[in-house]
Design a protein around this ligand. Structure first.
Ligand SMILES: [Zn+2]
Length: 269
């Protein structure tokens, strides 16, 4: 099986940064874990692609937490610069976004946090993220994501790219970049085909990286969450005489804490 991959490149004499991802396995896994309804599959899949692309713009040890909240519910995703992403979706029966927000919390290497939120009124992920970069990042950046499905609902492709123009980009380069959006067959073949169309066949590879759906949860992490509860709450859980089962929202792995473990936590209070 072909691995999911990201290429980070520069093109047009270094005037444009091009990041491109093929993440069909990653999106398939996310859709499977969360048993996503047909109507929301593309939306959730493209949200994951945008999250992966954003992660690739970061430096080492940086990560981002994205939350898209609207009248149809909530989607969250977390990604880093190592090609890892995890996500969750909680939606209702509505299918069309009327209003909502995209919240982007970026954690830098030194643990400092950049938090920004934009209003959204569209369910087009490409438009939402392009608007985010224009508003919050103030860079000439365009994000385009695409998930298509076969008639049986099986994911056929999951591609995404980012084009970022440097301030010094020439008028000619801007014209060339605009042409990209007229290609009808942009997502019809493989990632190499898309890259050659986006870069006018000439690019410099900065780095490439495999992508995956990866949850870093451990029992210790959830132990820390339990320990944060107040003494009274823990006492009432112990008195209920049942094990506490915590399901990780990102990978659905179950962690069970028995009475003895809960009593240990109680003792620390
Ligand atoms: Zn997990």
């Amino acid at each position: 099986m072909k691995k999911d991959i990201c290429y980070v490149t520069t093109a047009y004499n270094g005037e444009v940064r091009v990041i491109i991802v093929d993440a069909i396995n990653t999106v398939r896994k996310a859709l499977l874990i969360h048993n996503v309804k047909k109507e929301h599959k593309s939306f959730f899949g493209e949200f994951i692609l945008a999250s992966l692309i954003m992660g690739e713009t970061f430096k080492q040890h940086e990560s981002v937490y994205l939350k898209l909240a609207s009248n149809i519910g909530e989607m969250v995703a977390s990604s880093d610069n190592k090609g890892n992403v995890k996500a969750d979706i909680e939606v209702n029966d509505e299918n069309t976004i009327k209003s909502g927000t995209l919240n982007v919390i970026r954690q830098l290497d030194d643990k400092s946090i950049y938090n920004s939120t934009i209003e959204i009124n569209s369910d087009n992920i490409s438009d939402i993220f392009t608007s985010y970069y224009l508003t919050s990042d103030q860079t000439l950046t365009c994000i385009k994501t695409s998930c298509t499905f076969k008639s049986e609902g099986i994911l056929d492709h999951a591609f995404g790219f980012m084009l970022q123009l440097l301030p010094a980009a020439s008028v000619e380069t801007k014209k060339n970049i605009n042409k990209v959006f007229d290609y009808e067959d942009l997502f019809s073949k493989d990632i190499e085909h898309i890259l050659s169309l986006l870069t006018g066949s000439s690019h410099t590879l900065v780095f490439e990286q495999n992508l995956k759906y990866f949850c870093d949860c451990t029992k210790e992490k959830y132990y820390t969450k339990l320990i944060a509860l107040d003494k009274k709450t823990i006492d009432s859980i112990i008195k209920d005489n049942t094990d506490v089962e915590i399901v990780c929202p990102f990978c659905h792995k179950k962690y069970v804490f028995n009475k003895k473990e809960l009593e240990e936590i109680y003792k620390t209070k």
